[in-house]
Design a protein around this ligand. Structure first.
Ligand code: URA
Length: 239
């Protein structure tokens, strides 16, 4: 058994104070009966709790896929700029959500938002070899030396050595790049070290999980259990 306000507050973005107010104004029901006291005990496994007519289903963790638009920060909060958490629709909001890994403000595409720290850690650790797939559009035509340089391990201008990366030329000035590290501005810096500027960057896949082509930019949907597992099911050895 658990206190009603504790149950609701861990599953939503409502504070205990909000829940008290909602109970007083008859917006909270347990098994279809209005509950005016926020400190009553409920059975989270069997009782049906609704707030403002919406059922609150217990989930230990949530995993969302967002098609990140340009101009939004991959952060939980920021004093000045809009973040990916700020643009989450109300029905997806809950405490402790954060983006698992960062995309630059001007990068678009697949971003996972979760409250599961272990999942994020596993996905981001270079040792786990979870490849992130990016489509980069460059400022000029690609020459044939770039593929070899990416596949041998690029050395950035500050001497940092990058792990070998998968590289496939898609058109004159577009390439698919797969990396399992997440250094700051990594893809842009890798191209810069070959004298190319990235003019557009989109992440299209993480492990074997592809960006849902039905998700417009800024849209979000919850991942299924099997989709969360796909993150760790990519090709382990890309080379
Ligand atoms: N590499 C970059 O340079 N930027 C991103 O947003 C992601 C990877």
């Amino acid at each position: 058994m658990e206190r009603l306000d504790k149950f609701i507050s861990t599953q939503t973005s409502y504070s205990r104070k909000d829940i008290k107010r909602l109970c007083k104004s008859c917006e909270v029901t347990v098994n279809d009966r209005i509950v005016k006291q926020s400190d009553v005990k409920i059975d989270p496994e069997n009782d049906v709790v609704c707030v403002c007519g919406e059922e609150i289903c217990y989930k230990q963790f949530v995993y969302y896929m967002m098609n990140k638009p340009k101009g939004v920060l991959s952060a939980s909060n920021d004093k000045n700029a809009k973040t990916v958490i700020d643009i989450l629709p109300q029905q997806f909001r809950r405490k402790n959500l954060f983006p698992a890994g960062r995309l630059d403000k001007d990068t678009t595409g697949l971003l996972i938002i979760t409250d599961d720290g272990d999942f994020a850690h596993r996905m981001l650790s270079p040792n786990k070899k979870v490849y992130k797939h990016y489509i980069a559009t460059l400022d000029k035509e690609l020459d044939d030396t770039v593929k070899e340089r990416f596949e041998n391990g690029i050395v950035l201008s500050d001497g940092t050595v990058c792990q070998k990366a998968f590289f496939e030329k898609l058109s004159d000035s577009r390439a698919l790049v797969k990396i399992c590290e997440g250094k700051f501005h990594q893809v842009k810096k890798m191209f810069l070290s070959c004298s190319y500027t990235v003019v557009e960057l989109e992440r299209v896949q993480i492990g074997a999980l592809k960006l849902d082509s039905h998700l417009a930019q800024s849209e979000v949907r919850e991942l299924t259990k099997s989709e969360t597992l796909l993150v760790f099911n990519g090709e382990i050895d890309q080379f």
